[in-house]
Design a protein around this ligand. Structure first.
Ligand code: FO1
Length: 322
């Protein structure tokens, strides 16, 4: 008999989107994805929500798999024309992708919530999960670098992460709250698991967990909490996580990931390459599950999704006090 219990995933961009896709392909019908909005910004008058869109396009099966962001088979006439008229082109918006940003911006200006707009887009594009922006209030990740503070997309895209970081600030976080939909997802009594996806812990998962009241919601759930390490063999699968950790004085490793999530997660999924660290992770009070964590294709995504849930099922009862 199939397991009908709901699952909640916390995610940023590419790695998170792949695992959520895997959970959906593993047959989880009541799947909610709580997605980081700290990467959001206003560009050319449009509200861009990169992580929400990466999850949306990945689940809808229309993501550009090689690039990691945007749509497959995209055309770039808008960018070509922008360049001709001398507008900034460092952040590339594809012609079809543009439709998402225009619709979102128009509806936000009309007073709708990001949550509602995301649900409309999910339904229209056929995403098999409830994609929930972490908050409807603006939170903006700011990167403190050796040359001063810059907005996240300036750091990530315009500067190509090619500047040393000293820390992060989530502007607006004190006034932002998890949405009622996020709270309801985490309060489901029959929740099977909370999965922290292999997203950057510093700039994708930290903004989610830093929202006032969010940690209490996560820890207050009686469901087992399982994280998947975004670090394999000391390197990030994608993106600047390892570089950031080094610059902040941490050794990028599964141990550092375990230390980051200690006191929060019941289990950590690590790659075969890091099997030697399992005992040390268990010493931190976190169960370790060793498997292949690279998600090169759909089979990998589905298998990892399934293994996260089976691992979580074993941890049931080992978790927190109600
Ligand atoms: N990432 C890039 O490296 N270059 C881009 O020009 C770019 C454009 C872009 C447009 C829409 C969108 O939703 C995402 C886009 N991204 C781009 C990805 C994004 O900046 C980052 O991957 C995330 O913010 C990090 O998770």
């Amino acid at each position: 008999m199939s397991d009908l219990r709901p699952v909640v995933a916390l995610a940023g961009g590419v790695g998170g989107a792949k695992l959520i896709h895997g959970l959906a392909m593993a047959g989880i019908e009541r799947l909610s994805a709580i997605v980081n909005t700290g990467d959001d910004f206003e560009h050319l008058g449009l509200h861009i929500a990169p992580d929400v869109d990466t999850v949306l396009y990945t689940l809808a099966g229309i993501a550009n798999r090689q690039q990691g962001w945007g749509l497959e088979g995209e055309s770039w006439s808008f960018m070509d024309q922008l360049e001709k008229v001398g507008a900034p082109v460092w952040f590339r918006l594809g012609d079809r992708d543009l439709a998402t940003h225009v619709l979102r911006t128009e509806r936000l200006r009309a007073g709708e919530r990001l949550t509602g707009i995301t649900r409309v887009l999910s339904r229209r594009l056929g995403a098999p999960a409830d994609i929930l922006p972490m908050s409807d209030e603006p939170v903006r990740t700011m990167v403190n670098t050796i040359s001063g503070e810059v907005a996240f997309q300036d750091y990530f895209v315009r500067l190509r992460c090619d500047i040393e970081v000293k820390g992060f600030r989530f502007a607006g976080i004190e006034r932002a709250r998890p949405t009622p939909e996020v709270a309801a997802a985490l309060r489901q009594g029959d929740l099977r698991a909370i999965v922290i996806c292999p997203s950057n812990p510093l700039v994708s998962i930290a903004p989610i967990l830093s929202l006032p009241g969010m940690r209490e919601l996560v820890v207050g759930s009686r469901a087992p909490i399982v994280a998947v390490s975004p670090i394999i063999g000391g390197r990030a699968v994608k993106g600047p996580a390892a570089k950031m950790m080094l610059e902040l004085g941490q050794t990028p490793s599964v141990i550092a990931i375990a230390e980051t999530y200690a006191g929060l997660v019941d289990g950590l999924v690590i790659d075969h390459l890091d099997a030697g660290a399992a005992a040390e992770i268990e010493g931190l009070g976190i169960a370790a599950h060793v498997t292949g964590t690279l998600m090169g294709n759909d089979d990998d995504r589905r298998r990892l999704g399934m293994e996260c849930l089976e691992f979580a099922d074993q941890l049931k009862g080992a978790g927190r006090e109600p």
